[in-house]
Design a protein around this ligand. Structure first.
Ligand SMILES: [Cu+2]
Length: 280
């Protein structure tokens, strides 16, 4: 388990700064689970060996192929399971400013600078059935991320918007249990947003109008860059009231959050500062 977090701008793995080593004999197959607990995306890559991406956000990828010379983007809150077969000279899982080597104890695993190219999960692995048909959705929602001047809790500022509105003037997405739900996410806000839906994993159907050709790619945290658009789909199979927000928490506080709600599910808790809730 490789938990990546920056404290006071200093990058750590599992709470410790500096490069680390996990001793592993040559030929052993190591599964490295990365967790990005920061507010922004990061790159991760492996030097000294090829790697396979076995899972994203805890969801297995189908038919993952070997990756060399490319990095993987881990958005805020994202998890990735990488498989590395340890070569005699060791391998090093790297992120900017920190690394963890998986290597026989007597060797110093190599390091490289960050690859310029990145793995595109839209075409990674082998296509497989999704388990539901997103072509006939019961609900289609727009989640348009923007930014404009306005008032948030009476405070003037430049705030994030969802479909043009500032919290609480944003859509509450209502579904019924069993619905096939499609979200069309667009971002014209000038910044990247790690969008995070609680309680569900959404399958990526397309990015910028280009359909997925690889393994079913399921996420609960999606890196949505400025100017990008995604179509994602899921089956509403987990009744509740779920946050659907930006995982960059200052962004969430600045308005980039709403809810996915199920018909017939209510909560005694209220939105807004009138309820006595004060965001941290
Ligand atoms: Cu954001």
């Amino acid at each position: 388990m490789v938990l990546v977090h920056a404290y006071d701008g200093r990058r750590t793995i599992n709470g410790r700064s500096g490069d680390q080593v996990v001793s592993a004999p040559s030929g052993s197959r190591v599964r490295v689970r990365l967790v990005n607990t920061d507010s922004g995306p990061t790159q991760v890559w492996v030097s000294g060996a090829a790697y396979r991406i076995l899972a994203i956000d805890g969801e297995d990828l189908f038919g993952p192929s070997q990756v060399t010379g490319r990095s993987l983007t881990l958005t805020a809150g994202a998890r990735a399971d990488l498989e590395v077969v340890v070569p005699p000279g060791g391998a090093r899982v790297q992120l900017p400013g920190i690394s963890i080597a998986v290597a026989p104890s007597e060797v110093d695993a190599p390091s490289t600078s960050a690859p310029r190219d990145e793995v595109d999960l839209l075409g990674y692995g082998t296509a497989a059935p999704l388990g539901f048909d997103p072509r006939k959705p019961d609900r289609v929602f727009d989640y348009r991320i923007g930014r404009r001047v306005g008032l948030l809790d009476g405070r003037p500022g430049l705030w994030w918007t969802i479909n043009g509105g500032i919290v609480p003037d944003v859509p509450m997405y209502v579904v019924r249990e069993g619905d096939v739900v499609v979200f069309r996410i667009t971002n014209d806000s000038g910044d990247v947003h790690p969008m995070h839906l609680h309680g569900h994993h959404a399958t990526i159907l397309s990015r910028n109008g280009i359909g997925s050709t690889g393994s079913p790619w399921r996420v609960d945290s999606l890196n949505v860059r400025d100017g990008e658009s995604f179509e994602v789909a899921f089956v509403a199979d987990n009744p509740g009231v779920w946050m659907d927000h930006c995982h960059n928490l200052p962004h969430a506080r600045e308005g980039l959050m709403t809810h996915l709600m199920y018909e017939g599910v209510t909560t005694p808790f209220l939105l807004g500062t009138d309820s006595g809730n004060e965001p941290e």
